[in-house]
Design a protein around this ligand. Structure first.
Ligand SMILES: [Zn+2]
Length: 80
């Protein structure tokens, strides 16, 4: 294996590990639809409407945290 491939795969592995650790420490991320504000401008007029994806909180559960919870639930269901 060439050193550049080894370095690239090692970098990807370190990035994935750090993302999973970050998902364990801080499971909440900013909502992408409303950019963490919690509301969006209405289609007509100047009023605001609550973001439906985050229910107005501006935060959402990270995808990695959902993956960890899914694996954890499956593991618990299998070991009973
Ligand atoms: Zn939102």
């Amino acid at each position: 294996m060439t050193p550049i491939v080894l370095l690239a795969s090692l970098t990807a592995l370190v990035y994935a590990a750090s993302y999973l650790i970050m998902c364990l420490i801080a499971p909440w991320g900013h909502c992408r639809r409303c950019k963490g504000v919690g509301h969006r401008p209405a289609l007509i007029g100047r009023t605001r409407r609550e973001c439906t994806r985050c229910d107005g909180t501006g935060r959402r559960v990270r995808i990695g945290r959902r993956l960890i919870e899914y694996i954890r639930t499956e593991y618990r269901a299998g070991t009973r």
